[in-house]
Design a protein. Structure first.
Length: 398
């Protein structure tokens, strides 16, 4: 286990990384172009996550700069207690140790995840996908350069250049201590990691998010939230895949026609249940299993529902546990929905696209957890820690 570096050293590394990302901006973009040209898959969301342009580099720089400005998450006192026998007891935050993140196609994760882990005193093992190998290795090279310049071990950031068989072997019998694994990607990756991992896993990446248009909805807000959630970034896990429209919504037919028209402007494929597929532009789906699917594509399912209670039940049955939103002017109905829907983030009259560490005030995220232990939703700097008890005595025995 690496000895915890001072907060001054950790911050200096992060700030120097920001400078180096700026200096090497064009080199990173050029290397990424080779990855993009080599990627021959048809997955448009994967391609979108793989691409690095000037705005992506700007985000990387912003992420590490913001991390350097945040308080040290290690050693924060959470509880104190003076025992009757005179012992002084403290509970303080402590680093996990070593975190392994397995992710697909996102070179920005190589910056953001490593930065969050490093600032919180954790060593990070990065296992990126083969489609982003050149981009990732270039960024890890920069990490190693700044760590060396600040007199820190390069071991703090390590890239695992494993194929699937080697990854499975490492998960089952790690060749070094691993305290936490975060798979960040599609359902197949998550299932693979959960099946083979020999240590705790935090699941991240599955979306399948719902918007419920309540009968007392502001229709303009509903349209904006749905269109933004579906079309702004289809590769994001906070995108919208399912819409439930209250059967008692006033002037429902006009609302549906407007919604269909706006979705068609973005060439979104629209599927529906028995009620909504009566509209000419909506195709009926074959199986209710589609309600479980995360699309990561220009595709959406619109169904009818007859009450808030049934909307809650449907979301709790089918969603990925990520994000859900209710559109309504009724505060009481919104409260009921938000308290009873079992997703990591719940929204009232706002887009699910805000489920993001930066947007929710954390400055960035290692991943977005759909588990309930130990952190739900965006895993920020202050969440990548565990805790430890510090007990000071002068000879007390029990």
């Amino acid at each position: 286990m690496n000895t915890l570096l001072s907060i001054e050293t950790r911050n200096a590394v992060l700030l120097k990384m920001a400078m180096l990302l700026e200096q090497e901006r064009q080199a990173i973009i050029d290397i990424n172009k080779v990855d993009l040209e080599s990627y021959n898959g048809e997955d448009i969301s994967m391609y979108d996550r793989l691409k690095v342009d000037d705005s992506k580099v700007d985000e990387m720089i912003k992420a590490v700069t913001h991390l350097a400005s945040q308080e040290d998450p290690v050693g924060v006192e959470r509880f104190s207690f003076k025992h009757d026998n005179g012992m002084q007891v403290y509970n303080k935050t402590a680093s996990f140790g070593t975190v392994l993140i397995i992710y697909e196609s996102r070179p920005d994760v190589t910056v953001e995840a490593a930065g969050i882990a490093f600032k919180s005193g954790n060593k990070i093992l990065l296992k990126g996908g083969k489609e982003s190998l050149r981009s990732n290795l270039k960024i890890v090279e920069l990490w190693h350069q700044v760590l060396k310049e600040e007199g820190a071990s390069k071991d703090w950031v390590e890239y695992l250049q494993f194929d699937r068989t080697e990854t499975q072997a490492f998960l089952e019998k790690p060749t070094q201590p691993v305290d936490l694994i975060v798979p960040r990607g599609g359902e197949r990756l998550i299932a693979f990691v959960k099946e083979h991992a020999a240590c705790p896993v935090i699941v991240s990446g599955r979306g399948n998010n719902f918007v419920y248009v309540h009968k007392d909805a502001n229709k303009s807000i509903a349209l904006d939230v749905i269109i933004n959630g579906k079309t702004a970034k289809i590769s994001a896990c906070n995108a919208v895949d399912k819409v439930l429209v209250d059967s008692n919504l006033p002037d429902k037919e006009r609302f549906m026609k407007t919604l269909i028209s706006k979705l068609k402007e973005f060439n979104v494929e629209i599927l529906g249940d028995a009620q909504t597929s009566k509209f000419e532009e909506i195709n009926s789906f074959e199986s209710d299993d589609i309600w479980y699917e995360e699309f990561l594509d220009y595709k959406i399912v619109i169904g009818e529902i007859d009450s808030n209670a049934n909307a809650i039940a449907k979301i709790n049955k089918y969603s990925g546990g990520h994000s859900s939103s209710i559109i309504t002017n009724d505060e009481a109905e919104a409260k009921t929905f938000m308290e009873n829907v079992d997703t990591a983030a719940v929204y009232h009259n706002a887009s699910t696209r805000f489920t993001d560490g930066g947007q929710l005030g954390l400055g960035g995220e290692l991943a977005i957890s759909t588990d309930k232990l130990h952190q739900r939703g965006p895993i920020g700097l202050q969440h990548l820690v565990t805790n430890k008890w510090y007990v000071h005595g002068n000879g007390q025995i029990r």
